[in-house]
Design a protein around this ligand. Structure first.
Ligand code: BDP
Length: 643
C-alpha cells in the first residue's frame, strides 16, 4: 500500500488546529422535551471499507455523492459497534484506513417544513477521525474517537418536499504520533520479507484499537432559539445546598429564562430567573457515593425554560439537567466528598466486550453496574479514554464515583510531547470538560495514563495541561496516572492527587510475591515524602486464565492472582490510615489487545472474564471491598453483606 494512507488525513488535521482553543457551542446530551424531539439511528448501516492500495478510492470516486450501495459491494454494519469483530473477514478485523458508513433516514415533515425547527446531527463517538456528509454535502470533520460532535443540518434537510436524508460518515482509525492515543505507521519495504505494500500500525497502549461508530448517532431538534449549554457547580453552606448555574442561549439576545430546581418528590425547592444565578436549597439532600450515606446519589432536576417573543408569538425551549449537590476537596493526605474522607475502592474498566468491541450496549452496561455493586466497588477510572455518556449518567444515578480520563494513553515518543500534540490534547480536555462537567459522579480529571513523564518536554506539557484543565473547571482536582519513578517524574508536581501504577511480582521479580510488601511500602513512602499529596494506587494486578489452578500459586493461575492482591492489600491497609486514598484493581474484566507473545487472546488481568464471570480474585476482592465499606461508612446500608 502506498503512503497515501494518511494523505487526506494530514491535510485535514491542521485545519482543526487552526481553530484555536475556545470550543464553539455546548454539547448537551440530546433529550426529548416539550420543545425537542430525538431520533436514535441505532441499527444496521451500510458499510464499506476502502481496501484500495492508497485507501483513497472513496474520495476519488466521491462515495458520499450517491447511495453507498451504488459504489460497490457493501456490508450491513451494526451501530453502535466496532466493525472489527462483527464479520468473518480477517482483513476487516485488522483494517487500517478509511471505512464508510451510510444511513438513509426518513424525517417527520415538521422537521423539514418548519423553519423554526433546528435539526442537529450528533455523533456520540467515531473512532478515530471522521468526515460527515448529509445528502452529499460536507457538514463536519472531527478528530478524536471518544467524544461527541454535532452539526446543524437544518438547511440541508429544509430544502423542499424531500423528507429523508442520507448520512455518510467516513472514518479513519489511523493513529499518528500526534493523535490521542498516539501511534505510528511502519511500512515494511523489504520485499524479500514482506508482501508488497505491507505496513503495520504501531501502538503504545495495551488494548485493541477498535474502530467504528461506537455510540449512538442521533438526530434531534430544538427551536432555532435554544438552550445551547448549561454549566452547574455546586457548594454547601451548612445545611444549604448552593447551585450556581450559567445557561448559554443561542439564536437571540432577547430572551426570558426561568430555572427551577425540583426534588425527587417532584416539588420545586428553588427557582430563579435569568441566564446566570444561584439557587439555594435549605436542608439540601447531598449527592453521596453509594454505600456512604443512607440517601446516596440524590439527584435534583434543574428545569430550564427559555421563552422568546417573536412576531408569530412566544417560542419556548425546555431542557432538564440532573443535578447532584456535592463538594470535592483535596488536602495533603485526604480526598473529601462533602467534607468527609472518601476512599476509592474500585476498578479500572475498559469499554470492551465480545463481538461488539467497544460499541455501547445497554445490556453490557447494566451487567457491569450490577457487578460493580456485587463487588462493593464505589468507583472506577475511565481507563484509558472517556466512556459513553449513558454510563456517566448511570454513575450519577447509582452513586459510582468516577475519575474521568482523557484518551492520553501511550504518550511515549518525544514527538508526542510536541506543541502540535499538546494543542490537540488541550482541545480534547476542552471537549471532555464540556461534555462531563455537570456530572456529580465525576470527581477528578485524569489527563493521561503512563506517559513518558521523565522526558524533558513532559514538564511543560503537563504544566500546561493541568493549568488549562483547572482553568476550564476550577471545581475538580486534576491528576495523571504515572508509572515513572518518583524522583524523575516531571509532571507530578502539577497534579492534586498522585496516581501510581505498579506491577510488583508480575513484570518484575516474576513469581516472587514476597517482594511486594517492601517494594510497595517504599513506593508509597517515596512519593509521599517527595510531594506530600494524597496517593491512589491506580493500577495493580496479575493475569489469570479462568479455570487455571495451581497450588502453590504460579503466575497465570487464579491462586496467584488472589495471592498477589492479598500482598498489596496488606500494605494498602497500613497506608490508607495515612495518605493513600484509593485502590483501583487492574482490571475489572479481561479485554482484547493487539496480538503479542505476552497476551493470550487479550489481557487476562480481569477479576471477571470478558464474558463477565468471576474468577476467584473477584470473590476475594468482594470481601475486602464490603469490609472496607462496612468499616468506613456510617450508617451502614442494610443491604450490605456483612463479611
Ligand atoms: C499498565 C497500563 C495498562 C495495561 C497494564 C498491563 O496502564 O493499560 O493494560 O499495564 O500491562 O501499564 O496489564
Amino acid at each position: 500500500m502506498a503512503r497515501g494512507l494518511l494523505g487526506r488525513w494530514t491535510l485535514l488535521v491542521p485545519l482543526l488546529w487552526g481553530c484555536g482553543l475556545a470550543l464553539p457551542g455546548g454539547m448537551l446530551y440530546p433529550q426529548e422535551s416539550a420543545s425537542r424531539e430525538r431520533k436514535a439511528l441505532d441499527g444496521l448501516w451500510s458499510f464499506r471499507a476502502d481496501f484500495s492500495d492508497n485507501r483513497q478510492e472513496g474520495f476519488e470516486q466521491q462515495w458520499y455523492r450517491t447511495p453507498l450501495r451504488e459504489t460497490g459491494p457493501t456490508l450491513d454494519m451494526p451501530v453502535p459497534s466496532s466493525f472489527n469483530d462483527v464479520g468473518q473477514d480477517e482483513r476487516l478485523r485488522s483494517f487500517i484506513g478509511w471505512v464508510w458508513y451510510e444511513r438513509e433516514v426518513a424525517l417527520p415533515q415538521r422537521w423539514t417544513q418548519d423553519l423554526g425547527t433546528r435539526v442537529v446531527l450528533r455523533i456520540g463517538s467515531a473512532h478515530y477521525y471522521a468526515i460527515v456528509w448529509v445528502n452529499g454535502v460536507h457538514v463536519i470533520d472531527h478528530e478524536g474517537g471518544h467524544l461527541p460532535f454535532e452539526a446543524d443540518i437544518s438547511k440541508l434537510v429544509q430544502t423542499g418536499p424531500l423528507t429523508s436524508c442520507r448520512i455518510t460518515i467516513a472514518i479513519n482509525n489511523t493513529l499518528t504520533p500526534h493523535t490521542l492515543p498516539p501511534g505510528t505507521i511502519d511500512y515494511m519495504t523489504d520485499t524479500s520479507k514482506y508482501p508488497k505494500g505491507f505496513f503495520v500500525q504501531e501502538i503504545y497502549f495495551d488494548f485493541f484499537n477498535y474502530a467504528g461508530l461506537h455510540r449512538s448517532v442521533f438526530l434531534y431538534t430544538t427551536p432555532t432559539t435554544y438552550i445551547d449549554d448549561i454549566s452547574v457547580t455546586t457548594g454547601v453552606d451548612q445545611d444549604t445546598g448552593l447551585v450556581d448555574y450559567h445557561i448559554f442561549i443561542q439564536g437571540t439576545e432577547h430572551f426570558h429564562v426561568e430555572v427551577y430546581l425540583v426534588n425527587e418528590e417532584g416539588e420545586i425547592v428553588a427557582r430563579e430567573t435569568g441566564d446566570q444565578g444561584q439557587l439555594q436549597v435549605p436542608n439540601a439532600h447531598l449527592w453521596w457515593p453509594y454505600l456512604m450515606h443512607e440517601h446516596p446519589a440524590y439527584l435534583y432536576s434543574l428545569e430550564v425554560r427559555l421563552t422568546v417573543e417573536t412576531g408569530a408569538g412566544p417560542v419556548s425551549d425546555f431542557y432538564t439537567l440532573p443535578v447532584g449537590i456535592r463538594t470535592v476537596t483535596v488536602t495533603k493526605n485526604q480526598f473529601l466528598i462533602n467534607g468527609k474522607p472518601f476512599y476509592f475502592h474500585g476498578v479500572n474498566k475498559h469499554e470492551d466486550s465480545d463481538i461488539r468491541g467497544r460499541g455501547f450496549d445497554w445490556a453490557v452496561m447494566m451487567k457491569d453496574f450490577n457487578l460493580l455493586r456485587w463487588l462493593g466497588a464505589n468507583s472506577f477510572r475511565t481507563s484509558h479514554y472517556p466512556y459513553a455518556e449513558e454510563m456517566m449518567q448511570l454513575c450519577d444515578q447509582y452513586g459510582i464515583v468516577v475519575i474521568d480520563e482523557s484518551p492520553g494513553v501511550g504518550i511515549k515518543l518525544p514527538q508526542s510531547f510536541s506543541n502540535v500534540s499538546l494543542q490537540h490534547h488541550l482541545e480534547v480536555m476542552e471537549e471532555l470538560v464540556r461534555r462531563d462537567k455537570n456530572h456529580p459522579s465525576v470527581v477528578m480529571w485524569s489527563l493521561a495514563n503512563e506517559p513518558s513523564s521523565f522526558l524533558k518536554p513532559a514538564g511543560y506539557y503537563f504544566k500546561m495541561l493541568a493549568a488549562h484543565t483547572k482553568a476550564l473547571d476550577p471545581s475538580r482536582p486534576v491528576t495523571f496516572v504515572t508509572n515513572t519513578k518518583y524522583d524523575v517524574d516531571l509532571g507530578a508536581q502539577y497534579v492534586d492527587v498522585i496516581c501510581v501504577n505498579s506491577y510488583y511480582s508480575w513484570y518484575h521479580d516474576c513469581g516472587h510475591l514476597e517482594v511486594i510488601q517492601p517494594q510497595l511500602k517504599t513506593q508509597f513512602e517515596d512519593w509521599y515524602r517527595t510531594y506530600e499529596k494524597p496517593i491512589i494506587q491506580s493500577e495493580y494486578g496479575a493475569g489469570a486464565i479462568a479455570g487455571l489452578h495451581h497450588d502453590p500459586p504460579l503466575m497465570y493461575s487464579e491462586e496467584y492472582q488472589s495471592r498477589l492482591l492479598e500482598e498489596y492489600h496488606l500494605v494498602l491497609d497500613q497506608k490508607r490510615k495515612e495518605y493513600v486514598v484509593g485502590e483501583l484493581i487492574w482490571h475489572f474484566a479481561d479485554f482484547m489487545t493487539d496480538q503479542t507473545p505476552l497476551r493470550i487472546l487479550g489481557n487476562k488481568k480481569g477479576i471477571f472474564t470478558r464474558e463477565r464471570q468471576p474468577k476467584s480474585a473477584a470473590y476475594f476482592l468482594r470481601k475486602r471491598y464490603w469490609r472496607i465499606a462496612n468499616e468506613t461508612y456510617q450508617p451502614a446500608v442494610s443491604s450490605v453483606p456483612r463479611y
